[in-house]
Design a protein around this ligand. Structure first.
Ligand SMILES: Cc1ncc(COP(=O)(O)O)c(C=O)c1O
Length: 163
């Protein structure tokens, strides 16, 4: 994933026992990963590349062609492209391209948080390529990283201190 990126992403990777790898990006690529970055930094245990368009924190967009090239390099290496589209619908004067139009084998992340102004609900969705559906279902619970306040119970340490 690019550096800078949404800071939680590397922790999500660790949560699933992965090793996050960040690639320093700059203005020459509009702070986005390019297919060349992915090819250059792919190592033996790499399983995919993650991008966001529009990106956090820079707000830059990937073109359809750039997404297609990223997808191609990931699949050529035996992995997959993950595209975070949480800021779709929040661009001004330009439409963001969805990865699904050019990279149907990619994973596409979205959420109600931004466009629907439901920050804090931690409610979103993931479009998963058919070949990965079974695998994804087995990892689902681990990735639900925040629970809505109404569902929260008293922390365990407080319960035990009352005994
Ligand atoms: C790029 C990006 N992806 C994902 C998220 C997480 O969104 P949610 O509020 O649905 O947890 C954020 C939140 O700021 C974000 O900026």
């Amino acid at each position: 994933m690019a550096d800078p990126t949404y800071p939680c992403n590397r922790h999500f990777v660790s949560l699933l026992d992965g090793v996050p790898q960040t690639v320093a990006v700059g203005p020459d690529s509009r702070y986005q990963l390019t297919a060349q970055h992915v090819a250059d930094h792919w190592v033996a245990n790499t399983v995919g590349a993650m991008v966001a368009s529009p990106a956090n924190p820079t707000g830059t967009l990937l073109t359809a062609e750039e997404i297609a090239q990223l997808d191609q390099v990931c699949r050529r290496k035996g992995g997959a492209l993950i595209v975070d589209e949480i800021y779709h619908g929040l661009t001004y004067g330009v439409e963001a391209e969805t990865a699904l139009a050019v990279a149907p084998e990619s994973f596409v992340i979205n959420s109600f948080s931004k466009y629907f102004q439901m920050t804090g609900w931690r409610l979103g969705w993931l479009v998963v390529p058919e070949a990965y559906i079974e695998l994804k279902q087995s990892g689902w619970r681990k990735t639900s990283f925040s629970v809505h306040p109404l569902r929260r119970k008293r922390p365990r340490w407080r319960r035990s201190s009352r005994r």
